[in-house]
Write a new protein. Structure first.
Length: 273
């Protein structure tokens, strides 16, 4: 893999000189994309010791090179026709993945065993963990990292972060529930076990506030095991008072809370569907 990384970096440095369709370059890039597609490599992950995000820039460079080197092709799937540079994933049965008609995932994305795709979309470079459901009309953008046992509810928008290559993608931890129409973009993070109520907005500019103390916990990062809902806070501008969105932590979840989750959600006034 180290040799492949070096080869991709060399191609990236000379990308302006490489013509579209260069066969040798495309073969090298395809090796990197295959690593992503099979889950043998991933664009980003969190260092368990430090909590910092490690981004493998060379893999993002490989994706960008793929777009440059590939040509448009027409693909027919049953009654549907597609015209694109990147083919769709294949062999779902062997991978242990359920894909409902209307769903699609690009080659170079990874779907772990037990993943369920309702009519939805997973882009190149993204990784979806084991037993996660991507519900109807949800999207998982390029390079987003979604954990295991997650439910992305209907219409959830997980933004893609492809450029610049060193930019941190969106990361959603294991055992999370993301409510309908929630939008998470620009490298925002959701910690393991957290639940986001419907319509929550999260990006690095959105303050995350603890309802108990009123203090700002972070910008764009939800800590683990938090129950969160969309809220607004008042700001004074020259033109008057306006209400800007924030993410409000209304409860710190205890291990037993998941045994009676519907009751916890009702008590907290949080809706996820």
């Amino acid at each position: 893999m180290a040799d492949l990384e070096g080869a991709i970096q060399e191609l990236w440095q000379h990308r302006a000189e490489i013509p579209a369709g260069d066969h040798a370059a495309l073969e090298t890039v395809a090796q990197a994309i295959d690593l992503l597609d099979t889950g043998k490599a991933r664009v980003a992950e969190i260092d368990a010791a430090t909590g910092a995000v490690t981004v493998r820039t060379w893999l993002k460079e490989a994706i960008l090179l793929l777009f440059k080197l590939s040509s448009m092709e027409t693909t027919e799937v049953g009654a549907f026709e597609y015209h694109d540079k990147i083919p769709l994933k294949k062999d779902y049965a062997a991978a242990g993945v359920r894909v409902v008609p209307g769903a699609s995932a690009r080659w170079g994305s990874f779907l772990d065993r037990g993943v369920v795709l309702m009519p939805s979309y997973v882009n190149i470079g993204a990784r979806v963990g084991a037993n996660t459901m991507v519900d109807t009309w949800a999207t998982v953008g390029s390079c987003a990292q979604i954990g295991a046992n997650v439910h992305l509810s209907g219409g959830v928008g997980i933004g893609g972060v492809l450029e610049p290559p060193n930019a941190v993608p969106v990361i959603v931890g294991d055992d999370c529930l993301v409510g309908s129409r929630t939008v998470i973009t620009q490298g925002a993070r959701v910690g393991d076990g957290s639940i986001l109520g419907e319509g929550t907005l999260l990006n690095p500019g959105i303050p995350v506030i603890d309802a108990e103390s009123g203090e700002e916990v972070s910008r764009g990062v939800i800590p683990p095991n938090c129950l969160v809902m969309r809220a607004e806070r008042k700001r004074q501008f020259a033109g008057g008072e306006f209400f800007l969105p924030c993410a409000l932590i209304v409860r710190r979840l205890e291990p037993g809370d998941r045994d009676h989750l519907n009751e916890v959600l009702r008590e907290s006034g949080v809706s996820v569907s």
